[in-house]
Design a protein around this ligand. Structure first.
Ligand code: 5AD
Length: 481
């Protein structure tokens, strides 16, 4: 039983990735994407509950489909992702139009659940963690459709107990994908035309695989993540750039910085969430590092190779955060020299340990702190981008920019977004282009290709590197069985 589906995604990169896997399992069972919900037989909402009012958002999305569902009761409405895991059957009781609730570890069961539902089974919730035999759905790059920049899951779940965070509840304990599977999947993406890969995991740098050598160094927080990075670099030599998100600062040890110094494939950028600059708040958050330890680790990463940039996540207004605590956060942002950051107002999540601490920072104070944090981030970001004007950078072109047909966008190894105009006869998507930065905007740069950069670009008449590689895909898939 199959038909047309729509998957609507909310939230983080991991959810985007899960939605891709959902689409793959559906397509493997004969389902096809619908161009609009009106034409769909199945709508899946892949939800996020890490912040804000996830359930209200879902309620409003489901509400929008109520008229359609009344007209066509056979339309199947499913909820997946973190809210599904967190609420399970309760969601079915609270949202009358819902048919299925599916946790992040139950994605492979989606086609069967939909089939059973269509055959008359009552609404069901499947939210079981695959603790005994963790399952990582292998990505199936499709010929000609591999993105320049692909995502590969290396671990899931979280063993940290940050007091503000719902992720341990919604994603379960840490489970790691075997290193050889990870290397194999990266090789498949690269064979299909991808040039950059971002490794994904809630604490991506806590990686373990008993088949790898033990962690290096005597720091108890050392993991085998640096080994994984080396294996990838050696195993997929055609990969242009390797990124990962998000590391926990606890495992951002000396050996990780060494891996950065040693492996040119690693991007010169690390997103290292700090959450707060105050030791008192870090303790309340149960982050398991001090401000000083964070700065030491971040500094080592920044120094691992010239011009390595750092970005971060920060929460303002956690219970008990004083103006002095927040001042520490502002001073840390300067001291760590972040070139960009994400800032959030603390939002109490169901069942998290911080609930015991109340939610005592008034909304307007949270708003004021967030605005001041963003103002500082903008000042630092602007200074950083302006400092790049006149320099030469290597940009991996990801696709055409919105607007002008000859302007393309990509990112430097340090993660700055760059727009560059390229002549008609060149084929640039998936290529590394040397450019000179000519102008800084608020969050991006504009550039022109250098003469040497231009000369190295393939002409449209020739097939680009990425296209040539894509033609190999059926062969590689055949080999992988
Ligand atoms: N309130 C506000 N922000 C949060 N984050 C996680 N939990 C909360 C919460 N309860 C933020 C953290 C994390 C990012 C993904 O979301 O900064 O790094």
């Amino acid at each position: 039983m199959s038909g047309r589906y729509v998957v609507q995604t909310f939230g983080c990169q991991m959810n985007v990735h899960d939605s891709d896997r959902m689409e793959e399992v559906l397509r493997a069972h004969g389902w096809m994407p619908a161009l609009e919900v009106e034409a769909a037989d199945l709508v899946v909402f892949n939800t996020c509950s890490v912040r804000e009012r996830a359930e209200q958002k879902l309620r409003s999305e489901v509400g929008k489909l109520a008229p359609l569902k009344k007209r066509r009761p056979e339309l199947v409405l499913a909820v997946a992702g973190c809210l599904a895991q967190q609420e399970g059957e309760r969601l079915l009781a609270r949202l009358p139009y819902l048919d299925l609730v599916l946790g992040p570890d139950n994605i492979a069961e989606l086609p069967a659940l939909v089939r059973d539902h269509i055959a008359g089974a009552p609404p069901q919730a499947r939210t079981v963690f695959d603790l005994d035999s963790p399952r990582f759905l292998a990505a199936a790059p499709r010929p000609g459709e591999a993105p320049v920049s692909a995502f590969v899951t290396t671990m899931k779940g979280c063993d940290e107990r940050c007091s503000f965070c719902i992720v341990p509840t919604t994603r379960g304990p840490e489970r790691y994908r075997p290193a050889d599977e990870i290397v194999g999947e990266i090789a498949r993406w690269v064979a299909a035309g991808s040039r950059e890969v971002t490794l994904l995991g809630q604490t991506v740098d806590s990686f373990r695989d008993e088949r790898l050598p033990p962690p290096e160094g005597d720091d108890p927080d050392e993991s085998q993540f640096p080994h994984l990075l080396r294996l990838i670099a050696a195993g997929v030599p055609d990969l242009l750039r390797l990124r990962y998100t998000s590391p926990h600062p606890r495992h951002a040890t000396r050996s990780l910085a060494l891996a950065h110094a040693e492996l040119p494939v690693l991007a010169r950028h690390v997103h290292l969430p700090v959450q707060s600059g105050s030791d008192r708040v870090l303790r309340r958050m149960i982050r398991r590092y001090t401000r000083e330890e964070y700065l030491e680790r971040a500094g080592r990463l920044r120094a691992s190779r010239p011009d390595t940039t750092l970005s971060t996540d920060i929460i303002v207004g956690v219970p008990g955060e004083t103006e002095a605590d927040f001042g520490e956060t502002l001073s840390l942002v300067r001291e760590a020299r972040f070139t960009s950051l994400f800032g959030f107002k603390y939002s109490p999540r169901p069942g998290v340990p911080a609930l015991r601490l109340g939610d005592d920072v008034p909304e307007d104070v949270k708003g004021d702190r967030l605005a001041r944090l963003f103002a500082l981030a903008e000042e630092l970001g602007r200074a950083h981008l302006e400092g790049l004007v006149g320099t030469t950078q290597q940009v991996l072109i990801e696709g055409p920019s919105k607007g002008s047909p000859r302007t393309f966008s990509g990112r430097t190894g340090q993660n700055e977004i760059v727009h560059v105009e390229l002549p008609e006869e060149t084929f640039a998507v998936g290529e590394l282009v040397d450019v000179e930065i000519v102008r800084a905007f608020k969050h991006s740069l504009s550039a022109r290709p250098t003469a040497a950069g231009l000369a190295r670009l393939p002409r449209t008449a020739q097939r680009s590197h990425a296209e040539k590689r894509r033609r190999l895909l059926p062969l590689v898939q055949g080999e992988a069985g």
